[in-house]
Design a protein around this ligand. Sequence first.
Ligand SMILES: Nc1ncnc2c1ncn2[C@@H]1O[C@H](COP(=O)(O)OP(=O)(O)OP(=O)(O)O)[C@@H](O)[C@H]1O
Length: 775
Amino acid sequence: MDALRSLVQPLIGGSSMMDGMKLVVIGGTVETARRVSSSAWTHFVNSFFLTAHFSEEDLPYDWLMLWLSRRAFFASDVRGTDSRAHSISPEWQRSREFETTTRASHAGQQATGWEEDPDLGSEFDDSANPSKTRVIFQPTFDTTHTIYWRGHWLRVRRSRGTDGCEILSVSVVARSNTILKALVLQAKRDYEAEAVHRIQIYFADPHGSWRWADARHKRPLGTIVLEPGVKEMLLGDARDFLASEKWYSDRGVPWRRGYLLHGVPGSGKSSLIHALAGELMLDIYVVSLSSAWISDSVLMGLMGRVPKGAILLLEDLDAAFTRSVQRRADADDDGKEQGPEQPAGSKRRSREKEGRERNEMSDLNTLSLSGLLNALDGVAAAEGRILFATTNHLEKLDPALSRPGRMDVWVEFRNASKWQAEALFRNFFPSAEPEDDDLATEFDEAALAEIDIPTTPSRASRRSSSTSSLWSAFGGSGSGSSASMVSLPSSMAMPSSGSSTHPSSQSTAPSSPAPKSSQEPAAEQTMPLGDLPQFGASNTAYLPPPPAPEILAAHAGLRPLDAKTLAVLAKRFADAIPEGEFSVAALQGYLLKNKSRPEAAAEEASNWVTAEREMRERLMREREAREVREKIERERRKKAAAERKAKEKAEKEKKAREEKEAKEKQEREEKEKAEASKTETTGEVQQETKTATATEPAPSDSGSESVVIVEPEAETPVVAEATKEEKKVEDEESSESESESEDEDGSQRQGAPVYVSASAQARAQGQSWGRSVPQ
Ligand SMILES: Nc1ncnc2c1ncn2[C@@H]1O[C@H](COP(=O)(O)OP(=O)(O)OP(=O)(O)O)[C@@H](O)[C@H]1O
């Protein structure tokens, strides 16, 4: 040992080094122990927690986020009217960190409304301003919030997953997961309680995702004035469809249904869809096919993500077509592509070129009709959704798009009939007592008997109460005046009422609510729900905000009309309105102007009609005059363009002629110049040849080399033979003579005889050789 120490000692140095190493070892050990104990403690603590994770893409996430935002405001939401709410409210307010937003990022949150918080005192009480922006509190990212709820401490954490998707984690110390299930169920109920009064609107964004856009108050179906039976038919048909998943799957028919609402603008197409969505408690997913960024693949992705039991709304279908949707050359009669393969490059290129030429506005929009059709009912298209499409120009639609199977029910919307005018008037002005007779004229008794009034806010329970009113609506009121309003394609030749094959008559139709997520049944079964507080319409926290004071004042000042007066005024109004001349929107505009003067609205209706006609005629005259002006201007521009073109052509021709002449002239001059220089060269050569002939000895025959000598008199080259030796001598003499001659007058050629090559060109290229002969 001593030997070992004596060996190591020199390496590790003195005692100070040893102390340092000891410190490192002790420090490392302590840190490791701390880490181990910390992770062991975390592990130990976590082993008591039950944790549920909710992804942004799943509905429970929305339910819980709404519920959490409500926790922040529960006391204030009820405006001090509910002491029970006050006593359970401040769970969330203990949190020391939270995020605020004025824009709801998910369904169920409303971004406008009023708030007052008792804790803030009167200084911050802004309840007098009902339209102010509402601030929503929500948990911050990557922070654990602790909330006390129903005897348990919940730990809530909002984070982002690896794919960027938001995840909400809720942990609780408990022996079973009942409390978590109860939490989800509670959040769902709150969410649906909110949904009792609102419908959620989602819009497609350029990234191909659905973005929550708005939570709109529901529009009562009764406020939509259509010919009797139309609303009932649509409502019954949609309810029937939603309850018939099994019926469709048993027969291998895709569980999809399409409604095409077409007709004049302002006749209630969009309003009807919103009212139906409210009645059926469905969310609306809107996609605008004329968006610059829409393409086949984006649309396909969007369609695949429309949730089951939602309304997909394609607005102004014809606008999409006039803008950029083109039918592919390789599409079959049905409008679909022949196969999944892209067409050959050349075909595609020519199609693209055609598309470019046809519409330069299409930007990035590469939507094709076949792409749209595939998105609507291709293999990737979502099932269980209801498609609504609206258009003002049915004739512009490709038959493949509106064919049965894609658009199963067509409803035509026309300008207001007298009946609609009367009904609209009745809707606008309150009556002192409800009139059963009025209801009976609007809805036939059979249709009324079939509609259940929902008593619970549950979406599913409303669905389950659905019975088919489509067929009775057609059999009853549908045979009346409404028949002209609804035109049905051949696909509507479905089994008639009472037929055993009809979905509604199937015993397989769900008799209990269809759960929206797999968590629902478990939660419903395991939770003792009796002690949960009442939610839904009875919960004041979720009632819609009260109407604006000025509206309340206007209504307060309005004396309700007795039934008889109302009937008389409504009739008078309807009599003044010509059949099918004005849109319902136009009539609504007139009534809005007279909303507190029912008598005047009825009396002055004929004046309004006259004024409207005059205005229309004036507008028409102005339009015609404008069109004539535009036509004249167009022709003038056309003529000017033709003249300009002709002038340009003449100028072009003149220029070309001038250029040609200049070129010819230049060529002529060059030719003349060349001839002149040739003549000059010939003269020189003649001179040289003369001199050479006079001085040179006759060439010998042996070892001779051919050179060209220009005969001065004959002006033709003469071939002379000269020996190599002679040539060499001549070269030397010539170079001597040249230098002498240059020294004398700076010009070697002036008057000096030289041997030249056969052509002037060779001489110009420096190939000439010869010798100067001293004079
Ligand atoms: N049949 C109707 N019943 C009740 N209100 C109607 C009706 N038709 C139109 N209106 C009213 O007119 C306005 C415009 O209606 P809406 O937007 O639904 O018409 P549209 O047919 O969708 O028009 P567009 O084709 O131009 O989109 C709305 O305020 C709506 O309340």
